[in-house]
Ligand binder design. Structure first.
Ligand code: SAH
Length: 249
């Protein structure tokens, strides 16, 4: 036989749970959402890439590591090479160009010493991956690419992913972006034979330029602008595609 004295409090409890669930603040309700997007089959590869290739080699700045854990690198390489996106090497992106090795992206980003409010200029948009990483740290990114097809492709993916603090220009990075200068940080991801003077001019005092310099043998250099002039430091031997003045070179 039904016992009304037991079933009534049961219904009452259910009603209370329903009411309190609808009253939960949004952030508490969100806590039950999965942490990783379900449609990202590479999230484990990406976390492993950051631990083994970046952190284990001495790059410890949390904002650099977080940005690289966050940006879906596989979406910046051609579809047929997606499974290779997290390996420890550069990858082809078409037009004879490459997306840099993850460690080099981490190293160059950490050398900029970003704190989170910077206006950053990048020369060599390429796949758009480095711009995406920078945009997760600085306040805005201005990126210049000399090859129009690459620039269009990168802009397409970055806009689809919602990175809305990146500004694009097709043109010659040797000229910099004078209308937006000065910049807190400048990164060059193709190798000029010498340090481009126009880029040094467009750097703020206290700002840093990170650039691979040389023809076949290249040095990754950090140029710091101070009140008293420019300081140059060589960091490592590297190998980048050449910075050209004409896209057909
Ligand atoms: N940062 C890129 C790496 C790009 S490789 C990424 O994350 O994928 C270097 C890029 O520099 C190439 O796309 C190349 O076309 C471009 N480049 C070469 N010379 C240039 C110049 N003078 N101005 C702007 N881009 C240039």
């Amino acid at each position: 036989m039904r016992n009304p004295t037991r079933s009534a409090p049961g219904w009452f409890a259910v009603a209370l749970v329903v009411i309190s669930a609808t009253l939960l603040p949004a952030d508490v309700a969100m806590a039950v959402e999965p942490q990783k997007p379900l449609e990202d089959p590479f999230s484990d590869d990406r976390l492993k890439m950051v631990d083994e290739q970046i952190y284990a080699r001495g790059i410890e700045e949390p904002h650099v590591l977080d940005a690289m854990r966050n940006v879906p690198r596989h979406l910046f390489v051609p579809e047929s090479f997606r499974s290779q996106a997290y390996v420890d090497s550069p990858q082809r992106i078409g037009h004879g160009q490459t997306i840099s090795q993850p460690y080099i992206v981490g190293l160059m980003t950490s050398l900029l010493r970003l704190e989170g409010t910077e206006k950053i200029l990048e020369i060599g948009t390429g796949s758009g991956y480095q711009a995406a990483v920078l945009s997760r740290i600085g306040s805005s990114v201005y990126t210049i690419e000399i090859r129009e097809e690459l620039a269009d492709q990168a802009q397409g993916i970055l806009e689809r992913l919602g990175y809305d603090n990146i500004h694009f220009r097709v043109g010659d990075g040797y000229q910099g972006w004078p209308e937006e200068a000065p910049f807190d940080a400048i990164i060059v991801t193709a190798a000029p034979p010498d340090i481009p003077e126009r880029l040094v001019e467009q750097l703020k005092v206290g700002g840093r330029l990170v650039v691979p310099v040389g023809r076949y043998f290249q040095d990754l250099m950090v140029i710091t602008k101070t009140e008293d002039g420019v300081k140059k430091r060589r960091v490592a031997a590297v190998r980048f595609v050449p910075m050209v003045s004409n896209p057909d070179d």
